[in-house]
Design a protein around this ligand. Structure first.
Ligand code: PSU
Ligand code: MN
Length: 307
């Protein structure tokens, strides 16, 4: 095994026995949510995965290792450090590892590490994507390139609604990434169940979902699959409220010249304040919902591999 990889005993045992494992990311903890909701959410996600019969593997960079499977103490440390932890993507993973800093992994870095460890399913909130105004800034999340290159199924509530969702879908199509709506034929918009953008791939069945993913990989395709699982309707934000808060937050970011890796955390934080915490509650609910689906998907894929 890779000398940089440190896999928790429980996770290693599950992988050896071809039992279902679900990877979870850590940027969501340190940069995506405030203390203490970030800690309670991260611990709750692990519990949801366990309760439904899979092993959780939260991933981060710690003590000069790619740590796959964290202790509750590790999770609390990441949550308390918050934005002081490095936000790690593909471009800075090696340097952060070498300097021994605490690193919170984005979707991109988490996918990469999960693939190294042999984990096929990963649950997050919403992936990064093509930012609005991309033609001036060229700000396109490395999450999309990672989906193009790394064989992991990412269960998400779509891409974050702060983005240019139409351009994000176009980019994924160009890169050959299947985007599969689960229980919907529209691309979800993170805080809300639908963006109004149609998806041509959709299914209501986890076994069909697993079959499509398995077959995609059997064709020797490189790259991941994006599962788009909408937030349950009773928990979603109202579109008008969400889009108003997003527009206000985007304006503030422009005025204060917040750019690059700071942009997504800034917007999420401002939207939480502007919606009086409602967007945070929706974010917690949607990741939990994704973790639940990821367990079922991991079980199906594990079954297919053991036959
Ligand atoms: N999903 C959430 N909250 C988050 C993220 C995802 O519900 O904070 C994080 C993921 O780690 C994702 C990152 O990779 O936001 C995107 O950052 P950027 O736009 O800078 O690539
Ligand atoms: Mn960016």
């Amino acid at each position: 095994m890779n000398r940089w990889l440190s896999v928790a005993a429980e996770v290693a045992e599950a992988l050896r026995g071809r039992k279902p494992v679900v990877a979870l990311e850590s940027t969501l903890i340190s940069h995506g949510m405030p203390w203490p909701e970030n800690a309670t959410t991260a611990l709750m996600l692990e519990q949801v995965v366990r309760d439904h019969g899979a092993v959780p593997a939260t991933i981060a960079v710690m003590e000069g290792k790619l740590q796959v499977g964290l202790s509750p103490q590790d999770i609390e440390r990441l949550a308390r450090q918050g934005p002081k932890a490095e936000k790690v993507s593909r471009y800075n993973l090696a340097p952060v590892l070498c300097t021994g800093k605490l690193g919170a992994t984005t979707v991109a870095a988490t996918m990469w590490i999960a693939a190294m460890a042999g984990i096929a399913v990963f649950a997050t909130g919403g992936i990064g994507g093509v930012h609005r105004g991309w033609s001036d800034t060229l700000d396109i999340s490395a999450d999309l390139e990672e989906l193009a290159r790394t064989r992991v199924a990412v269960v998400s509530a779509g891409a974050k609604a702060i983005l240019d969702l139409e351009a994000t879908l176009e980019y994924l199509e160009t890169k050959g990434v299947p985007v599969i709506g689960f229980g919907t034929d529209q691309f979800p918009a993170f805080f809300t169940a639908s963006s109004g953008l149609p998806l041509s791939l959709c299914t209501n069945s986890v076994s069909e979902l697993a079959r499509w993913i398995h077959t995609h990989w059997q064709l020797n395709a490189s790259g991941g699959v994006l599962v788009a699982n909408p937030i349950p309707q009773q928990l979603e934000l109202k579109w008008a409220e969400a889009s108003k808060a997003i527009d206000m937050a985007l304006n503030e970011a422009r005025q204060r010249q917040v750019r690059g890796k700071a942009l997504t955390p800034f917007l999420l934080d401002r939207i939480t304040a502007l919606t009086l915490g409602k967007s945070l509650a929706a974010n917690v609910a949607l990741v939990k919902h994704n973790a639940r689906l990821a367990v079922d998907l991991a079980k199906q894929l594990a079954d297919m591999h053991s036959h």
